[in-house]
Every structure is written in structure tokens, then in C-alpha cells.
Design a protein around this ligand. Structure first.
Ligand SMILES: Cc1ncc(COP(=O)(O)O)c(C=O)c1O
Length: 309
């Protein structure tokens, strides 16, 4: 659905609530030319206790951390960003939505060094259902291993959620879709499994759960952390600091993606090789259903993960 079809009208930009159509930037904005922005993607769920931001504090913390390598000063406190976000959701009467804060170097000059370019900030919220489709959550998706490799963390901080990094995600994701797949899996420079273009990846083998470690050039996903926590609470052994080779994808019993947008999405085929029995596997299903019970507050755990609107 395009923004024009959505019932949203307000964006918070540089400290002000502005009309959606007035949230504009100059064409010579530094971030547009060089990808010098950092951003977040979080969700507000319509919970049994009312609309609530999920793991918002961690998202804000990661936004500040992402800004660090680029010397970007964020002129607002985490509390101010939280208040702006809650107010945006209230003003637009949203029960559930996606939340996109972005911080970027603005307009002043266009040397690659952002000297004297101001740091600008905006937060937008809009309704966004299942990222890879409702059916994907239940049936799983077919993916391909991309011919594009992920940047190495020695080339660019892959643990910072930087706008410029996402050209790599675009290349991988679009290559997959051109070839008839729903999404890509991206290998790192060493040829190990890193993650999806906008998701972390998990593998299940012999009843245990594996996910690439943080040194595999991945984003330290907040849903990754949620899935690890919930899987352990469900009694599964989780190995969260491993390298996974490409071949292990094919011999996995189950595979799934995690992400704030993708939530917990099963993978049924990789490069047309059927994973397990080609449907959502039992361990994926138990972690996924626990995830939705928790985010919708159908169970009374992890109160600390919620910020109520
Ligand atoms: C490259 C990449 N990896 C992993 C993730 C998942 O991170 P999170 O669960 O914090 O949304 C995302 C999404 O933000 C991403 O863009």
C-alpha cells in the first residue's frame, strides 16, 4: 500500500509536528548523496492492554549507537524521541503501526566530510502489516542465496543501521525477486551465512537452534534477541555465536527469519532445495506463536519490553 492510500497526516521533524506533505528536505541534503543517515524500524502492537511500542528503548539505544561511528550528534534525548513517537501515534489514532525514526546529515555543503551539515531527524509512523505477507508467516517463503556478499564489518560498521548500507540489501532482495523468490540470504565476505537483507536468520538442527554470531557482519537484531530469549524460555538450546556455512542451510531441519518488519517468518526452500518437510517447522512454529503471544500481550511476561501509548 502506498503512503497516499494511508490514513496518516503527521510527521515529527526536527522537533516539530508537521503535516505529512510538509516533511521535506533539500535535494542537496548530504544524506541523500552519501547515504549518511542512521535509522530504526520498530513496531507498535495493538495489545490486550492497548497500543504499545515493542522494545522501543532498545531501538532508541541502537539509533544512538548507530550514530556514533559517523560522529552524528542527536539533539534530542531518548525521552524526547519517545514522547514525540507516542504523540504521533495518539494524534493519528493508530492502534498498531510501524515506526521509522531517521537521523541524517542535512543541507549545507556537499564535501564527503559532512562539515557544518546539520544533523536532522524525523520520525514517521504508518500502518504496516506482515512485511513478507500474512501467508508467509504461516506457510513460509522461498529464498535464494544472493550472489551479492554483505559488506564486511572491517569495511563499514555493519552493527550500525546506516541508510547507505541498504543498497546492498536492495541488490540482494531485488535479485531474489527477479528470480521468483520472496527474499534473499546474504553471505558475508568469508562465505558464511550472515543474514537477510532486512532480517536475521535462524537454523534448527536436531532440536537445537543456531544463529550467526555478531562477528559475522550482521545487525544485532532486536527481534533476534527476542527470539533467542523466548526460545531459551521455551526450553530450547540456542547457539547464538556460531558460523553457519552455506551448505548447512540445505541440511537444516528448519530455517526462519526474524526482524521488526518480518517478525518471525519461516523459510521453506533455499535455492529450491526443500528445508525439512517444506512447511513451517515445529520449533519455528513454537517460537513464532510465543512471539505473537508476547507482542500482543496475551501472556503476562516481559512487561519491560513495552511502552504504552
Ligand atoms: C540488515 C538487517 N538485519 C537484521 C534486521 C533485524 O533487526 P531487528 O530485529 O532489530 O529489526 C534488520 C532490520 O532492522 C536489518 O535491516
Amino acid at each position: 500500500m502506498s503512503f497516499d492510500e494511508m490514513d496518516v497526516d503527521t510527521i515529527w521533524m526536527d522537533g516539530e509536528f508537521v503535516d505529512w506533505d510538509d516533511a521535506q528536505i533539500h535535494v542537496l541534503t548530504h544524506g541523500l548523496h552519501y547515504g549518511t543517515g542512521v535509522f530504526e524500524g520498530a513496531r507498535c502492537y495493538d495489545t490486550a492492554e492497548g497500543p504499545a511500542l515493542f522494545r522501543w528503548e532498545e531501538h532508541v539505544e541502537r539509533l544512538f549507537q548507530s550514530a556514533k561511528p559517523y560522529d552524528m550528534e542527536i539533539d534530542y534525548t531518548p525521552e524526547e524521541l519517545t514522547e514525540a513517537t507516542l504523540e504521533l501515534i495518539r494524534r493519528q489514532n493508530l492502534r498498531s503501526c510501524y515506526i521509522r525514526p531517521i537521523v541524517f546529515y542535512g543541507y549545507n555543503s556537499l564535501g564527503v566530510g559532512p562539515k557544518d551539515c546539520p544533523t536532522q531527524i524525523a520520525i514517521a509512523v504508518w500502518p504496516w502489516g506482515a512485511y513478507l505477507g500474512e501467508e508467509a508467516l504461516e506457510k513460509g517463503i522461498d529464498v535464494m542465496v544472493s550472489s551479492w556478499r554483505k559488506h564486511s564489518s572491517s569495511q563499514i560498521p555493519t552493527n550500525a543501521k546506516t541508510t547507505g548500507l541498504y543498497v546492498n540489501s536492495l541488490l540482494a532482495g531485488e535479485e531474489a525477486r527477479r528470480n521468483g523468490y520472496a527474499e534473499a540470504i546474504v553471505l558475508n565476505k568469508e562465505g558464511n551465512v550472515a543474514e537477510g537483507p532486512g532480517e536475521n536468520i535462524f537454523l534448527v538442527r536436531d532440536g537445537e537452534v543456531y544463529t550467526p554470531g555478531l562477528s559475522e557482519s550482521i545487525l544485532d537484531g532486536i527481534t533476534r534477541n527476542t527470539a533467542i530469549t523466548l526460545a531459551r524460555e521455551l526450553g530450547y538450546t540456542v547457539h547464538d555465536n556460531v558460523s553457519i556455512s552455506r551448505g548447512e542451510l540445505n541440511t537444516a531441519d528448519e530455517l526462519f527469519f526474524t526482524g521488526s518488519a518480518a517478525e518471525v517468518t519461516p523459510i521453506r526452500k533455499v535455492d529450491n532445495v526443500v528445508i525439512g518437510d517444506g512447511s513451517r517447522g515445529p520449533i519455528t512454529e513454537s517460537i513464532q506463536s510465543r512471539f505473537f503471544e508476547v507482542v500482543e500481550r496475551e501472556v503476562d511476561t516481559h512487561e519491560e519490553w513495552f511502552t504504552y501509548v
